[in-house]
Design a protein around this ligand. Structure first.
Ligand SMILES: Nc1ncnc2c1ncn2[C@@H]1O[C@H](COP(=O)(O)OP(=O)(O)OP(=O)(O)O)[C@@H](O)[C@H]1O
Ligand SMILES: [Mg+2]
Length: 272
């Protein structure tokens, strides 16, 4: 059943939902440049660190990277459950790689590193993408650089892409993690959208649901950008709330006051 606010605005579906096809992912120039760097680093068989605040598009970026990386030459494995100790982390990785489970941490590690070497014989470069990596246990972090060591640390047989909140960069900068950080050549930060990006993002989201007219006034968009601080997940949430509120008030356009109400309605109870 179509929600009534959608029919009021003539939208074919919820414009700001997270269920986007890879081909629908949208990158403004600043984010496209970061995606290019990630893809090029992987093609150079290097490891990458990407940090950014929540909702700035890190996970979506990994989907762009997957979409743009040759499936025949690269094998991307996505792991998002970073809250595990070392042994369970390797178990999860074995599961994602369809490898048989060994009982000990050493056995699991051996299975994964043998798999990496086997892929090299098939001329396939494996890439382990560790999302939410700021949550990795220290004992897992301690061990990751060993996973990157093949043939006396000479062969770059594996790339890691570590993605997480800015705290991840701080953790990797600790002296204890210097062996891992020194092996990560490309270190990138995803920032918030610029004001013009927010405008383009909202337009793109509405257009994909069949709306080619402006539904938000420029004041409303400017305020949406300010309130969300250019973080896409917050734009999604506030823009949806504003569309609902404005449709209930039978408006023909979403104006600044509707976005303000959306912010106030969505604010935590103790917010000023
Ligand atoms: N390239 C994109 N194209 C379209 N929408 C996007 C894009 N990137 C992010 N979004 C929107 O922003 C939302 C948040 O993005 P994403 O989940 O990638 O953020 P994140 O940085 O991984 O956040 P977290 O740190 O909380 O995991 C997505 O659900 C999607 O709606
Ligand atoms: Mg994410």
């Amino acid at each position: 059943m179509t929600a009534s606010y959608l029919s009021a605005w003539g939208l074919s579906g919820p414009p700001f939902d997270k269920d986007l096809d890879d081909k629908e992912l949208w990158l403004p120039p600043t984010k496209a440049a970061i995606a290019d760097e990630v893809v090029e680093s992987v093609q150079d068989r290097q490891s990458v660190l990407v940090t950014g605040e929540p909702g700035t598009g890190k996970t979506c970026m990994t989907r762009v990277v997957r979409h743009r990386t040759s499936q025949s030459a690269f094998r991307l494995t996505y792991c998002h459950n970073a809250t595990l100790g070392r042994r369970d982390f390797y178990r999860q990785l074995c599961l994602a790689l369809n490898l048989p489970m060994a009982a000990s941490a050493a056995g699991l590690f051996y299975a994964i590193s043998s798999h990496v070497k086997d892929l090299e014989k098939e001329r396939i470069h494996p890439v382990f993408l560790l999302d939410e990596a700021h949550l990795l246990h220290q004992d897992t972090l301690d061990h990751l650089h060993i996973l990157l060591n093949y043939e006396w640390d000479q062969k770059p047989l594996l790339s890691l892409i570590l993605m997480g909140l800015p705290d991840l960069h701080d953790r990797l900068s600790l002296r204890r993690n210097r062996s891992l950080l020194s092996r990560i050549h490309t270190r990138l930060t995803i920032g918030p959208l610029l004001p013009e990006d927010t405008f383009a993002y909202v337009r793109m989201r509405l257009a994909r649901c069949g709306c080619d007219r402006e539904l938000f006034t420029s004041d409303a968009l400017a305020f949406l950008h300010e309130a969300s601080q250019g973080q896409m997940r917050d734009i999604d949430r506030l823009a949806t709330a504003a569309l609902r509120l404005a449709s209930r008030s039978k408006r023909r356009l979403v104006e600044r006051d509707q976005v303000l109400r959306a912010v106030q309605t969505n604010a935590p109870p103790d917010a000023a």
